[in-house]
Design a protein around this ligand. Structure first.
Ligand SMILES: Nc1nc2c(c(=O)[nH]1)N[C@H]1C(S)=C(S)[C@@H](COP(=O)(O)O)O[C@H]1N2
Ligand SMILES: [Mo]
Length: 321
């Protein structure tokens, strides 16, 4: 279960990466000073714990994709996760995903494309300029976060492989490492974790191929070395640790549809008016804001990304949940 921590010194008032970095330096200095003075309290340890540890991966902030919400702290973004391959508790990914082997790493891009290709992760990192975008992420379970991702629009990759006229959907296949992933030894889901988008959804500029967060390479628990971010859909569509991207004619059979088709649909657009069979989707709990008296936030249609509405004109969003 989630245990809330005091948030007074968490870097949660950050607005941009530059401010974050500056704050981080100050916190590290402050932490070092406290440590030198023999302070071993929670705040001294927290000052170290809250800073990114991976290699730097800066992105140029793209003004077109900046949520105005306050970013969720690095600590929360990297310690409260869903990554069932490593276990179903929110703390399991942070605890166990360090075992994931992220090198070497290739992504097979195949199927209904003129130029199928296997990309090395380094080639993908260089394929388009890295941008920083602040996106909201709304989990189908009723919580949300605000994350400064680093990456670029998936359509940059799609254009390179030239989809054929038969490509109607894109299937995303994620890693299975039986020796490092304790979760895949059980059958909570039918592994590999597979997701899918319609081709026009995959081509939408908001759909992002993500390599980092908070100016650093993705922590394993967040889907290293690359994952999707599809901010107008429930979080489960944003598949982690991609190994293959397939262009197909038929709607992909996703892991969540196979597990519970009545509860999780293919579209999975954030929609406060269509409840999950077991709970309401009208409101959400923003991670880092929750206290006994904190009111829940109203969930917004398409998670507030109204620019995607035209993709669904004429589609009954109640039937196509
Ligand atoms: N491979 C894989 N990708 C996954 C998941 C998963 O279990 N396995 N969980 C999804 C869900 S339910 C959510 S809410 C987001 C969480 O992303 P985050 O941990 O980076 O916030 O990842 C999604 N991607
Ligand atoms: Mo989720």
């Amino acid at each position: 279960m989630l245990i809330r921590k005091p948030s007074d010194i968490l870097p949660s008032e950050i607005t941009t990466q530059a401010v974050y970095q500056q704050r981080r330096r100050l916190m590290l200095q402050g932490g070092a000073a406290l440590a030198a003075a023999g302070a071993t309290g929670w705040s001294a340890r927290q000052a170290f714990a809250a800073a990114p540890t991976g290699a730097a991966l800066p992105g140029t902030p793209n003004p077109a994709f900046q949520a105005t919400d306050k970013p969720t702290s690095y600590e929360d973004v990297t310690s409260y996760n869903n990554y069932y391959e490593f276990g179903t508790d929110k703390s399991d990914p942070a605890r166990y995903a360090s075992a994931l082997r992220t090198e070497p790493w290739t992504v097979q891009v195949e199927g209904e494309v003129g130029k199928p290709q296997t990309f090395d992760i380094d080639a993908l990192r260089k394929l388009a300029p890295m941008e920083e975008r602040l996106y909201r992420l709304r989990c189908v379970e009723g919580w949300s976060m605000v994350i400064p991702w680093v990456g670029y629009s998936l359509n940059a990759l799609i254009k390179q492989v030239e989809p054929t006229g038969n490509a109607k959907y894109v299937e995303f296949v994620t890693a299975v490492q039986t020796d490092t992933m304790r979760g895949v030894r059980g059958n909570v889901l039918d592994w590999p974790y597979v997701e899918g988008l319609r081709l026009d959804e995959a081509m939408h500029p908001l759909t992002m191929l993500v390599f980092g967060l908070y100016g650093h390479v993705l922590p394993n628990q967040n889907g290293a070395p690359l994952r999707l971010a599809v901010p107008w859909k429930y979080g489960f569509k944003s598949a982690k640790s991609l190994v293959a991207i397939r262009f197909v004619e038929q709607q992909p059979k996703t892991a969540w549809i196979k597990a519970a088709a009545r509860e999780y649909g293919f579209f999975a657009n954030v929609n406060p008016n269509v409840d999950h069979p077991r709970w309401s989707q009208a409101t959400e709990r923003r991670i880092g804001e929750d206290g006994f008296f904190t009111p829940k936030r109203k969930t917004l249609m398409f998670n507030g990304y109204d620019e995607v509405a035209s993709l669904y004109q004429g589609l009954d969003l109640r039937a196509n949940y």
